[in-house]
Design a protein around this ligand. Structure first.
Ligand SMILES: [Fe+2]
Length: 382
């Protein structure tokens, strides 16, 4: 086996764990924390709980809630300015992937300076970041444990993927109670992002036994619990299972990286600012069909992990069943199934392929993909 590493933060998982955030920051030596969140999380009441926890721990704090879905480079610049003006010494992110990615990106600029675009790619961060505690409130991005931050480059209209071990938070807090305030549409889209993380990391060329165990458990949980989680805000068992699925899928992809679904999704999402989970849902079955010949055995195993009875199926039939499972799940929970559903037309595909080929997630895709192959995949997905 080749040399590999597995990076992971301290993880506090369980109902009510959000109350621990102040003490978690204190343990890291923080005195004056910078809290990054968004308006939706504030309205749902979770930001207030974080502020109360910080007060109990004797911490001073400043709030930045201007981060938006698909966080933009200018928001990171503004957030960093506020961090420095308030002389903060640690960062808390509270929210879904967008808020947590924004918090991580602000942490980069706080100690490394420059513009966030300077850090696109792999291992561009040179100075240690301030202590980071991430509180996840959607079962989706895995950003609370990952070495990723994805930020929109406004000038080039694309998403930049920043990958560095420095971005692994010090402490991740995953409280399943926070999932009870999400509506069905967001639960469905973010849940399909979890599914995509689990599948792409399992078939990634950088997968290892350490990532496989996380990806398998995540896929098994999301296959069983995403439907009931979308069906009811109050299904506590499903919420807890989806919180764990998101966490484990995050651990898997943070270390095995992702594939063509995310590379193309970042290109589309950066240009047209569409919801990440919805684009992944549309692209995933097409990318699986393209990738399957790279590892028929892995694709057949996916079906088994999803709970499909594969005993009478050939490897190829099992791989097909796994792809059909993704389509059925998407139909059942009402996520979009083609790019036309989210307003993408053939004329808009244009330069998507070029941006996708530049995305670091393409490096670990199990099958090489050319510009023409990306274009024909996108046409199929219309
Ligand atoms: Fe994702």
């Amino acid at each position: 086996m080749s040399l590999n590493t597995f990076v992971i933060p301290e993880i506090i998982f369980g109902k009510g764990s959000i109350e621990q955030v102040g003490d978690a920051c204190s343990r890291l030596g923080a005195k004056n924390v910078f809290i990054v969140s968004d308006a939706g999380v504030a309205t749902a009441g979770w930001l207030n709980i974080v502020m109360q926890s910080c007060k109990r721990a004797g911490l001073a704090f400043s709030i930045y809630i201007d981060s938006t879905t698909n966080p933009k480079d200018r928001e990171i610049t503004a957030g960093c300015r506020s961090f420095l003006q308030n002389e903060c010494d640690a960062i808390i992110g509270v929210g879904g992937g967008s808020a947590l990615d924004a918090a991580k990106a602000i942490a980069i600029l706080a100690t490394n300076g420059g513009d966030i675009c300077d850090y696109e790619g792999i291992d561009k961060i040179h100075s240690p970041l301030p202590p980071m505690v991430m509180v996840m409130t959607t079962a989706g991005s895995g950003s609370e444990v990952s070495q990723f931050s994805v930020i929109v480059d406004s000038f080039h209209q694309k998403k930049m993927t920043i990958i560095s071990k420095s971005l692994v938070p010090d402490i991740a807090i995953v409280d399943p109670n926070t999932l009870t305030t999400k509506d069905a549409e967001l639960t469905a889209a973010t849940g399909m992002d979890v599914l995509t993380h689990a599948i792409e990391s399992y078939v990634s060329i950088a997968a290892t036994p350490l990532t496989d165990v996380q990806a398998k458990n995540a896929l098994s949980l999301v296959s069983r619990y995403l439907r009931p989680s979308v069906a009811s805000k109050n299904n506590k068992e499903a919420k807890e299972a989806m919180a764990m699925a998101s966490l484990q899928a995050g651990l898997a992809f943070s270390n095995a990286i992702l594939g063509a679904t995310h590379a193309i999704s970042h290109a589309i999402g950066g240009k047209y600012l569409l919801p990440h989970g919805e684009i992944n849902t549309i692209l995933l079955p097409h990318v699986m069909e393209f990738n399957r010949i790279a590892s028929p055995q892995r694709f057949s195993e996916l079906a088994e992990i999803m709970g499909i009875d594969t005993r009478t199926l050939t490897e190829q039939q099992a791989g097909n069943a796994a792809i059909q499972f993704v389509r059925d799940l998407s139909n059942d929970i009402g996520t979009p199934t083609c790019l036309g559903d989210v307003g993408i037309t053939e004329e808009m595909i244009g330069t998507i392929g070029i941006s996708a080929l530049e995305d670091p997630c393409m490096i670990t895709n199990p099958r090489d993909m050319s510009l023409d192959q990306i274009k024909s995949l996108l046409v199929k997905a219309l």
